[in-house]
Design a protein around this ligand. Structure first.
Ligand SMILES: [Zn+2]
Length: 279
């Protein structure tokens, strides 16, 4: 939902408030109504209130109108264009840079997750400013890789999870080790500077485009780069997968689709043969 706000907004409009976070639902729906459907304010409000009345148990307009109007306002902000990130490029230059750093392999996966997080954030901020592509603000974001990582329990958990290094590690310990080695720098107030990215040139060569559904598997891209056979790329849809055997070529979803296509093909052949006989 976080990275496909257009689809998500459309889904709420079609099917109602779906998650247990009503506020976020209304904000994303509002972004969709304002930026994509170009709905006027009055109609916008009535759509949102109708949904609330229908989908929220014990909805009380008098009690809740402030919160709801606030969410509508946030969605109708020109600088909050809906975010739609389908994939993020992982560049060779980043992989090479990480490989040159003298730390354990699993720590390198965390570094890749940190880079990924920075690229994803940059893309998010650029997309929000979609209507302001000529502004200084937009250019500044475009030209700078923000090196500052905001380290809190939630973001650490996301980084740690997507690095896929296993639960024997503790993320606080990993970050502390990286800090002690000057690879990253803890500058207090939950901010960490990614020192290792400081002298990075603008990268050119894409190694792999990681798709939205694999955003939580960044560590696997490192395995792929290092030739670890435990990770493969689906030959049909390019997603990351852990093959069950050497012969695995496709992810489960594509394997199912291919099988269904083959069955349909066989049925078609049978039918056409039958027709020939009847003629
Ligand atoms: Zn696939």
């Amino acid at each position: 939902m976080q990275y496909n706000e257009i689809e998500y907004g459309k889904n709420i409009l079609d099917n109602g408030l779906v998650s247990n976070n009503v506020k976020i639902d209304i904000i994303i729906l509002s972004k969709y109504l304002y930026h994509i459907k170009k709905v006027k304010f009055k109609e916008h409000k009535s759509i949102v209130y109708d949904l609330c009345k229908r989908d929220i148990v014990d909805f009380n307009e008098v009690k809740h109108y402030k919160i709801i109007d606030e969410c509508i306002k946030k969605g109708r902000d020109k600088k909050s264009y809906p975010i739609q990130i389908n994939s993020i490029p992982i560049y060779y230059e980043y992989l090479k840079l990480i490989d040159s750093i003298d730390v354990a392999n699993d720590y390198k996966k965390v570094l890749l997750s940190l880079i990924f997080d920075r690229i994803l954030n940059k893309e998010k901020n650029l997309q929000k400013l979609y209507l302001f592509k000529d502004s200084e603000e937009y250019k500044n974001i475009q030209n700078n890789m923000n090196l500052c990582y905001y380290s809190n329990k939630k973001t650490n958990k996301i980084i740690f999870n997507s690095s896929r290094i296993g639960s024997t590690y503790k993320i606080q310990k990993v970050l502390k080790d990286l800090n002690d080695n000057n690879i990253i720098k803890d500058i207090g107030r939950s901010r960490v500077i990614c020192n290792f990215l400081k002298n990075m040139d603008i990268p050119n060569f894409v190694y792999y485009n990681i798709q939205r559904k694999d955003f939580d598997k960044v560590g696997w891209v490192w395995d792929l780069y290092k030739g670890n056979k435990k990770v493969k790329v689906c030959e049909k849809c390019n997603c990351l997968l852990k093959p069950k055997s050497n012969r695995t070529k496709y992810c489960d979803k594509c394997a199912r689709e291919i099988k269904n296509e083959q069955i349909a093909e066989i049925m078609r052949n049978k039918r056409s043969k039958l027709k020939n006989v009847i003629k």
